[in-house]
Design a protein around this ligand. Structure first.
Ligand SMILES: C[S@@+](CC[C@H](N)C(=O)[O-])C[C@H]1O[C@@H](n2cnc3c(N)ncnc32)[C@H](O)[C@@H]1O
Length: 358
């Protein structure tokens, strides 16, 4: 027989401040459903069909998205249950402000990021998380038999989704990070692993006299001219395809590494930092030269912190990691830099300034 203490609070009448703990626990396992619902709504372009329009009935949305009405209804109903769409009594659907950000043309569009998070390259390693926990190896390589960046080279569609998501998230993180430093004293700036150039473009827009070099893999740089032209800085930027473990162009005043080092374990991150350190040259001769590292710094224990979740992506995908401020200081010191103590926030997106030391 069940004792009163084993009964859930809803039955015993004890005060409840939210769902009972066991319900909260099971709710935490809905992540795969929630994220795939949002992914499918994005991949089908449902939000694009609903932007600026009256709510549309399911058969019409099915026609527009090339799907079958019955399973589509069930998807959209679930999307309405999690606040992405609104369901009307006639089974027509409209957008909520949250769902509006799924449209490709929305000014705050997160479509590329949602498509990336729903791509098998991102979620399948989670199905193999115990492999990483038991071996310390990235689950990605166990699942796909190759490294993430090699996989991107072989899968142009996922590569385009990845680059699009990096550019899209890069737009606001670039603004956030660029505002944390004064670049006016620098006349030449190299963005190492700069993707399609969104951060370099933001920094150069704020530094009218400076020129830039964008270093990344050749196939990624192919997408850079449009990003740089849109920011009006294309004529000030040289594109340099290359491998940042071995070929960082020397002699610039400032080097940027944004969202690069978290992809790598400490050993590989040190190799990148040392390649940049060599490019920075003699610290005694060029005391003003700087490295700026833009990353999400992990916050205090128990705090809600997206970096603690993204850290798992890094661990499973690359063997990389998000780092605390102390870990950043130690890593930079090991590669020949001194971290300038941040004057602002020490968690979340932080632009760390590092001074090369002899
Ligand atoms: C997470 S993305 C960050 C891109 C950009 N800094 C940003 O914040 O949007 C990491 C970048 O590192 C580049 N990358 C990876 N391996 C590289 C290598 N060996 N040499 C140069 N770039 C590389 C990738 O192509 C990608 O653009």
């Amino acid at each position: 027989m069940t004792s009163a203490t084993q009964l859930p609070p809803a039955v015993t009448g004890r005060p409840m401040t939210g769902p009972p703990p066991e319900v909260q626990l099971v709710m935490l396992t809905h992540g795969k459903r929630v994220s795939q619902v949002v992914y499918a709504v994005a991949a089908l372009g449902v939000a694009d069909q609903l932007t600026g329009a009256e709510p549309r009935p399911v058969p019409e949305l099915a026609e527009l998205t090339g799907t079958r009405a019955e399973p589509l209804y069930r998807l959209l109903r679930a999307a309405a249950a999690i606040g992405v769409l609104t369901e009307h009594p006639d089974r027509s659907f409209g957008l909520t402000p949250v769902g509006a950000a799924l449209a490709a043309d929305a000014p705050n569009s997160q479509r590329d990021m949602v498509l990336l998070n729903g791509d098998p390259a991102l979620w399948r390693p989670y199905g193999d998380i115990l492999h990483t926990l038991r071996t310390g190896e990235p689950a990605f390589e166990h699942v796909f038999g190759t490294s993430f960046f090699e996989y991107l080279r072989r899968s142009p569609e996922t590569a385009a989704t990845f680059d699009g998501a990096m550019s899209s998230i890069g737009r606001w993180t670039s603004l956030l990070l660029a505002a944390q430093a004064d670049f006016s004293g620098f006349s030449s700036i190299v963005d190492v692993g700069g993707g399609q150039g969104s951060f370099l473009a933001t920094v150069l827009s704020r530094t009218p006299g400076a020129t830039g070099v964008l270093v990344d893999q050749e196939e990624v740089l192919a997408g850079a001219p449009g990003v740089l032209a849109a920011a009006g800085v294309a004529e000030r930027v040289r594109l340099q395809p290359g491998d940042f473990f071995t070929e960082v162009p020397g002699g610039a005043d400032a080097y940027l590494l944004k969202a690069v080092l978290h992809d790598w374990d400490d050993e590989a991150a040190l190799r990148i930092l040392r390649a940049v350190r060599a490019a920075l040259g003699d610290a005694a001769e060029r005391p003003q030269a700087r490295l700026f590292v833009g990353e999400q710094v992990v916050g205090d224990p128990n705090s809600w912190d997206p970096a603690k979740l993204l850290d798992l992506d890094m661990m499973l995908r690359f063997g990389g990691r998000e780092r605390t401020l102390t870990e950043w200081r130690d890593l930079l010191a090991a590669a020949g830099y001194q971290l300038v103590p941040p004057s602002g926030a020490t968690s979340g997106w932080v632009l760390l300034e590092a001074r090369p030391v002899p």
